[in-house]
Design a binder for this molecule. Sequence first.
Ligand SMILES: [Fe+2]
Ligand SMILES: [Fe+2]
Length: 402
Amino acid sequence: MQLKSTHRLSPPAALATKDPAAIALGAEHTRLHPDPRGAPDLTPIEVGEVWENPVTGERGTILELPYENAEGRASVELTALAGARVAGEHRHPGLIERFTVLEGELTLKRDGQTNALREGESAEITPGTWHDWWNAGDRNARVRVEITPGERFAHMIETMFGLARLGHVNAKGMPRPLQLALIAREFSDVIVFRSPPAAVQRAIFGALAPIAHGRGYRSTYPQISRTVLAPRHERAVTPQPDGAEILEGRGLRIRRAEDSTDEVSRAHVAGAKGTNAGPVHIHLLQEERFIVHTGELQVRRGRDRITVGPGQDIRIPAKTPHTFEAQTDSTFTTEFRPALRVEDFFRDLFVLPTDRHGNPRMGDAARLMLAYPDEFLYLPFIPVAVQRAVATALSKLGSGAH
Ligand SMILES: [Fe+2]
Ligand SMILES: [Fe+2]
């Protein structure tokens, strides 16, 4: 693994935005928080990149990106400075956190029990377990931390570090209360702090959130959301030990089911909260069916919006406009009847470079339509013949660098 230079360390001037005089001069609105309509940072995240919080001094080197392995795991190597204690007791409702001490010693409190974790030792924190950790030693510790699934966690960290870099935190690295209220609510699936008590947090954050929103605060900002907005490379296909393959795209992990036939194509899908099937589309020939196992999908079918929860399923007849969005982290099975070339189509779709909404470039989409006339996801309401004619013209466009 090779270290790259720290990603955009804050110039000291960025911290000057906290100057009360500047705020009193009336620039308050833009200075209390980043511009919610600011230009997105679309720099792809690279393995080896260092993420640093310039205020707290926390820094971690990215070892694995959550969308580049079948488990959705994010791994980071971080240095816990001698005597440093950062987080405070917390739990992660929907993810597993695993620590491995690479050098030095880490003190870990889990379910009220405190233990030292020595070099070479690992500990796994299961979802919902209260825990805290710090370095009580007199030398720095290097620790590998693995978070599964890790994408939402990475986005939360990116948000906190980003706010620090842009000068929107206090000397301890904490955002303003209005900002914190929105972050705490948005990422409550990722991290919950033990104190103050949950009921107090709910009351405070619930009261502050609408005020914060009204003042232009958002839970996160496009300038500091590379985790979800930046183009991803090296995703697509992850070979599995058993030979099954995982297709990845749009934040979804799709695994072909063994019982697929020519008649019906079945795939098991995992998607984090907010992942979706993109714009409303139709399948010309296939019926599509979703069977939800965990979480919740909101499915748009024609004019209806239907919430589909665990144990429920929904069928979408051919030519019916539809899409879906995961309301929480969800797992579900999809079926296409007849099977046609479902896997080939999605494999080819997911390797295309995408814009920040996860959509392929026009020229690429057009070529895909021409290659898969029966499988393509067509727009509703525009005659398919027109879409194909446009695609024929667009297919001559370049696909851009890739
Ligand atoms: Fe944790
Ligand atoms: Fe569909």
